[in-house]
Ligand binder design. Sequence first.
Ligand SMILES: O=S(=O)([O-])[S-]
Length: 263
Amino acid sequence: MTEDIVVSIDWLADRLDEVRVVDVRDAWEFDGIGHVPGAVNVPFDRFRSSEGDEGMLPGADRWTALMEDAGIAPDDCIVAYDDEHGVFAARFLVTALLYGHDDVHLLNGDFSAWSRSHETTTDAPSVEPSTYEVREPTASPLVDFETVRDALDTDAVIVDTREAWEYEEGHLPEAVQLDWRELVDQETRGLKPDDELEAHLSDRGITPDRRIVLYCNTARRISHTYVALKHLGYDTVDFYEGSLTEWKERGGPLVEGDAADDA
Ligand SMILES: O=S(=O)([O-])[S-]
């Protein structure tokens, strides 16, 4: 349907009958404030668990049950959205990819952006439970502690997608700080235009010819950056699911201070 991992509001509006729309906001928002017509609700806290398969992945069984309850089949084209510039929806998207669901996209702009120009509803969607089976992902971007530690001594760009104050309190050696929100356009609530993104990333040395390794605290914010880089065509983007939570538990080296101190 489309190869682009990010789809526009108009693209979705033209295909509401063809795709499965997933709203990852809390149930009270979905029911009370309204949602995109036909959307199903899979709240963020239902697909995050520290007791799942790895990091915050919920586990194959829980994921399967969520997809079946939402009436989603393995080959459905999914478009996910939230009301937080896409960062929660991006986590849904990456989770789906890691459980082998290939045809999954992020709405470029969130519920607030959609509702400026398109109809919303509080009608409950009619959902037929599906049969779902997780699959091996075509290619997994997941990397573990050892792989990230080994990458420290290479040309890979390690990217910390947290806020500057968090970075200053402790970051991986030589990591580049890129708050995920720097890629967001406050007006459209989606990604900035591609040329702006490319220029901004390139200023930090984050270029498509390099291997990129992403981390944050619990792999939520890197999900958004991952989607943005994939949208721009970056090939090698490593996704450290354990992120700083595991890094600290395993005694990985940390450096204090701002980006200038590392230069
Ligand atoms: O977004 S986060 O996983 O760093 S809390």
